[in-house]
Design a protein around this ligand. Structure first.
Ligand code: ARG
Length: 585
């Protein structure tokens, strides 16, 4: 379908052309949906913006636009408000017709993009042998939602896990493995070396305290880079171990990702640097090879460099990202590359993108976007801790969310004197707890820091996962009570919208497409959360104000269709956020 917003935009653009001629061909019609029913459902501010260039009174311009508008099917006659706003009120017949259209469509009328261009979403990307921390959790949750939204819209999405699996820290780790677990370097079967994070810590202690060990570690790096078999074996072992730990989290959160770590780009690093050399961008500065950047200066006002080869000849994070861009453009055929990391890396990406553009590694037509997000804080605004006060592991944090959800559920069951099986309780607790964590993260504007608060995220009231899961369960309850199969509702029943609550709900259901298209460009999933939250509120009002099962026909079926469309929209919306619904809770 074309969304209501798009249809109005087209109509206003047309009216501008017929009223004022071709010179207004590229004028933005400035149509937005309104939040205040007093101003109708949509409004256009274009008349105000044209007052100066056209040297006319904005109300007169508004009138001229209205005179040329052809929207009788969609709207009541538009009105002019205040200095020249044009207000549109949708006709119920039009809403009824659109609802019938989406009712019979599995995609709820939301079209797929053409052409199906290719988008890479680089997200999660934890580092081998280090803790996967809350920052990576945010990247995982936000990146997965973005990938799902784009997939649903029909893009070819490549989900890449750019894990930190290369670098000097491996010298230290392998040197320590040789000392503490010599068998690991020779046995074919991966040996369980237990907790990698403490291995890392022990290795770091050795590295910091012993000069000789430090030397060995440095030699190990060289050996590894030269491809010595036993070093590679040890490296592989470390990667496998970490991979298993990451996978536990991905399984819990139902995340699909293709691993293509930093090491993958090793063979291309030298070539990337010589390419920079050929373009004349490369300069030597204090022994390092770098490219000086436009718009990046130090506090003395001198240009800052992006280092691509260190004094010791080694390559770094930036070199790898440049090589990765080249590969993703040339080999993967990406039209757009999205990077989901904390805001702390904004300068890194801005610098890498600039150099890649200048060197023509990144062609003008390929878009690159850094999607930054803020920090995760504890309830107290400080570093986040577990209930027992320790800093935690991600797995423990997720388990704790499920425990909280279970406790909440058990209290509720007791209060309602309901008996449920342990399977039911486990399933509901698992879905609610994990959804709550995802939703709490996604419902915030990602650019701000957010406070991790179990009580808040599991609150049954407010913009939370449980509230939305409930809003989905309600229509299912209606269908159970009335013995109604929503999917078998008569497609030919006329939808009739008479009550305010019905109209408000209907309009909102029909705005999902607009919201999705907006999120597709802003990459702000919190817009979807807000949309779903408002949808649930409007449904709850409708549910309180309008009889469904006891209503007379044609209202009864019409309202059942509204309930079903609400539920399907919530289910689809949540699925785009990586959240599964429950039929009962
Ligand atoms: N491993 C990095 C980190 O933990 C994130 C990598 C993001 N992706 C990229 N292409 N640089 O901060």
């Amino acid at each position: 379908m074309t969304s209501i917003l798009e249809q109005l935009q087209d109509s206003v653009s047309q009216a501008l052309l017929s009223a004022f001629g071709d010179e207004l061909a590229d004028t933005d019609p400035l149509v937005t949906s309104t939040n205040n029913p007093q101003f109708g459902d949509y409004q256009s501010n274009v008349a105000l913006s044209l007052a100066k260039p056209l040297k006319q009174n904005p109300r007169a311009i508004a009138q001229a636009i209205i005179d040329h508008l052809q929207i009788e099917d969609m709207c009541e006659t538009p009105t002019i408000a205040g200095p020249g706003f044009i207000n549109f009120t949708l006709k119920s017949s039009y809403l009824e017709q659109l609802l019938s259209q989406i009712q019979s469509d599995k995609r709820l009328g939301i079209p797929q993009v053409q052409p199906k261009s290719k988008v890479i979403v680089d997200f999660s990307s934890p580092n081998i042998a280090k803790e996967m921390h809350v920052g990576h959790l945010r990247s995982t949750i936000i990146g997965d939602a973005i990938a799902r939204i784009l997939e649903f819209r029909g893009y070819q999405v490549l989900r890449l896990n750019h894990v930190g699996d290369w670098g000097t820290q491996f010298g230290m780790l392998i040197a320590y493995l040789r000392e503490a677990y010599p068998e690991a370097l020779t046995t074919a079967n991966a040996l369980n070396i237990g907790d990698l994070v403490s291995l890392y810590k022990q290795a770091k202690v050795r590295f910091d305290e012993d000069e000789e060990f430090k030397q060995t570690a440095r030699q190990e790096v060289v050996k590894l880079q030269a491809g010595a078999e036993d070093s590679l074996h040890a490296w592989q072992l470390l990667c496998d171990q970490s991979r298993q730990e990451f996978q536990v989290i991905y399984n819990l959160l139902n995340i699909k990702l293709e691993e293509r770590g930093e090491s993958f780009y090793n063979p291309f690093l030298e070539g990337t640097v010589s390419e920079l050399k050929q373009t004349g961008l490369l300069e030597e500065s204090e022994g390092a090879m770098c490219v000086f950047l436009d718009g990046f200066t130090n506090k003395d006002g001198n240009p800052l460099p992006l280092i691509v080869q260190k004094t010791d000849g080694g390559f770094n994070y930036a070199t790898t990202d440049l090589a990765a861009i080249k590969y993703r453009v040339k080999e993967d055929g990406a039209n757009k590359i999205i990077y989901v990391t904390d805001s702390g890396q904004a300068n890194h990406f801005a610098a890498v993108f600039q150099v890649a553009r200048k060197a023509k590694i990144l062609p003008d037509e390929v878009e690159v976007v850094h999607v930054p997000f803020g920090l995760v804080l504890g309830k107290d605004g400080k570093r986040i801790k577990t209930r027992s006060g320790e800093t935690f592991k991600l797995k423990d944090l997720l388990d704790e969310a499920v425990d909280y959800a279970r406790a909440e559920l058990e209290t509720r069951l007791e209060a309602e004197a309901r008996k449920e099986t342990p399977e039911f309780i486990n399933h509901v607790a698992q879905v609610t707890g994990l959804s709550a964590v995802k939703y709490a993260d996604l419902s915030q504007n990602r650019t701000s820091d957010y406070k991790f608060d179990f009580d808040k995220m599991l609150d049954l009231k407010g913009n939370t996962a449980p509230y939305l899961l409930y809003a989905y369960v309600r229509p299912q309850g209606v269908s159970r009570k009335g013995n109604i199969d929503f999917s078998a509702l008569d497609q030919n029943t006329k939808i009739v919208l008479t009550e305010d609550a019905e109209l408000v709900l209907a309009k909102h259901i029909l705005q999902f497409e607009e919201v999705l298209k907006e999120v597709e460009s802003s990459l702000l999933p919190n817009r979807i959360c807000l949309y779903l939250f408002e949808l649930s509120q409007k449904f709850n009002q409708f549910y309180e104000q309008c009889e469904i099962l006891n209503a007379a026909e044609p209202q009864r079926t019409s309202r059942l269709i509204l309930a079903d469309l609400t539920a399907r929209t919530i289910k689809l919306g949540l699925s785009l956020l990586g959240i599964n619904v429950l039929e009962r809770m």
